[in-house]
Design a protein around this ligand. Structure first.
Ligand SMILES: [Zn+2]
Length: 80
């Protein structure tokens, strides 16, 4: 019977501990600024191969810090 009581105490401590941990984890992302889209406006970049404009998050970084709209254009630009 004593074992059951101890198990219950440990279980409640564990529940309390995980609940504390969860509240910290939930609070953390709110303090961090979003990685992209300042004020909903995303930076536009130009494909080095075809010249099309696209959001920087969708751009593919090629060699020499150049940006491309697709892997195909990255490879095309590199081969020419
Ligand atoms: Zn392109």
């Amino acid at each position: 019977m004593k074992f059951v009581l101890w198990a219950l105490v440990i279980y409640l401590c564990w529940r309390w501990f995980t609940a504390q941990k969860k509240t910290v984890a939930d609070a953390a992302p709110k303090t961090q600024k979003p990685h992209k889209a300042d004020d909903g406006v995303e930076q536009m970049v130009q494909c080095a191969q075809c010249g099309i404009h696209l959001p920087s998050s969708e751009a593919i970084a090629g060699p020499e810090r150049k940006l491309f709209c697709s892997h195909e254009h990255s490879e095309q630009h590199h081969s020419t």
